[in-house]
Design a protein. Structure first.
Length: 136
């Protein structure tokens, strides 16, 4: 299994950080047992809560590439890959209820994504992201 985030490279730094945080929180809700490691005590006996036990490459893509990747993940060939997206529509909403109403009014053509997180078989994830550079 492979875990990857793809984030729009043209976003300001604050939105990049926010997008990664939103995607990470959402991912851990679904796959906590697979991704988050156990709590660890240091040499002094202080407990440190578990963090991700997997590396999370954060890749860079254009706005259009992020949209293409997200749309490809709706295809049956990528059914095994879990996809979490954070759209421009979601970012503009002040609460989840507003997001629900907003998304219900938008077609796939009207949606653009700040980022997408995927978790699934390595070959499938690489097929979608293999040529993308790291976000720097």
């Amino acid at each position: 299994m492979k875990l990857v985030m793809v984030i729009n490279r043209d976003l300001p730094l604050g939105l990049v950080a926010n997008t990664a945080a939103v995607l990470g929180i959402s991912l851990s809700k679904i796959y906590q047992e697979d991704i988050v490691g156990g709590d660890i005590a240091d040499a002094d006996g202080n407990l440190h809560l578990g963090i991700t036990a997997q590396t999370i490459p954060i890749l860079s893509a254009s706005r259009e590439q992020v949209k293409e990747i997200r749309e490809a993940m709706f295809e049956p060939a990528f059914a095994e890959v879990a996809a979490i997206d954070f759209s421009e529509a979601a970012q503009r909403c002040l609460n989840y209820e507003q997001y629900i109403r907003s998304l219900a009014q938008l077609s796939a053509e009207e949606l653009f994504y700040l980022g997408v997180c995927m978790y699934g078989p390595k070959k499938k994830v690489n097929k979608l992201t293999g040529s993308l550079p790291l976000l720097r």
